[in-house]
Ligand binder design. Sequence first.
Ligand code: XIL
Length: 322
Amino acid sequence: LRDLAADLQRPIRLGTALAAGPLLTDGAYRRTAGEEFSMLTPENDFKAQFVQPRRGVFAFEEGDTLVDFADANGMQVHAHTLVWFEALPSWMRAEMTHEDRRRVMTEHIRAVAGHFRGKVAEWDVVNEPMSDEDEDYTNGNRGVRPHLWFDAMGEQYMDIAFRTAREADPQAVLYLNEYGVEEDGPRWDALYALLIRLKKRGVPIDGVGFQNHEYAADDRTDPEAFRRKVRALAALGLKARVSEMDVLVGEGEEDAQARQFAGKLTVCREEPNCTSFSTWGFTDGYGSTADIRNYPPSPGNALPWDAEYEAKPTYWALRDAL
Ligand code: XIL
């Protein structure tokens, strides 16, 4: 996959989420990842809960393992993630003043993006800023999720986060990453309006990642709806990427899965501002029992390779789409 993607007239990166654990213990996992992908996203190993378990105490060993693997295999690292409302160590969730909350966020960004400066190509600076609650789309929050960071700083938490990340690693391409915004609807509308506000305020955001977690039975599968979003971003001067694609299907639905993956990859290949296409893991073999992957809930039939590293129809459809 990575070679086909590199040979395109306009090359893109083919990526996947990886975990340090199985890289060390599972040869087939290691081999497939290194041969097939040119970009990796740390599935969990860069998250706040793991890299800053106690205030001011940093743990980069697993993260560094992933960076070293990327290096050894000519892959770029799409780093994930600096500011999120999940995967936080408990000390970060504790009651504190707004001022302290802000300091915790900026210190985290400086330390983590600083550690990986020059070693990663991109960052998800802000992950999942949009709300799941209808009321947040009518009550003045403008669709932005009212979590602890928002509570302390308002929407400006994003401005501060992107500015701090830019300072900490000036070369990195900075992304906002979100789910459920591939299709038309209020969630996309609110994100689009947010992006316009961010651009107006001169916030150093470079692009948007569309997670693309899909379920065969749902209707979030129209590649043309996704194409319109990618083009809307181009008009704002922003890049786009497919950041975490998986398509959870039942037995016998592998062809539908293959079509959905290929449809999104085709859009990414065709739209000039789409930089990479990443899947959220690559083998069905790791479930929540292995504690590295439980999204979507496993055991799942959601990815291009089965549990025995046999390529599924999705793998061949991705090749064909390149
Ligand atoms: C998920 C991981 O895959 C799980 O192993 C972990 O338990 C929870 O987080 N959107 C994101 C990812 O941005 O960070 C999430 O990853 C999946 C949804």
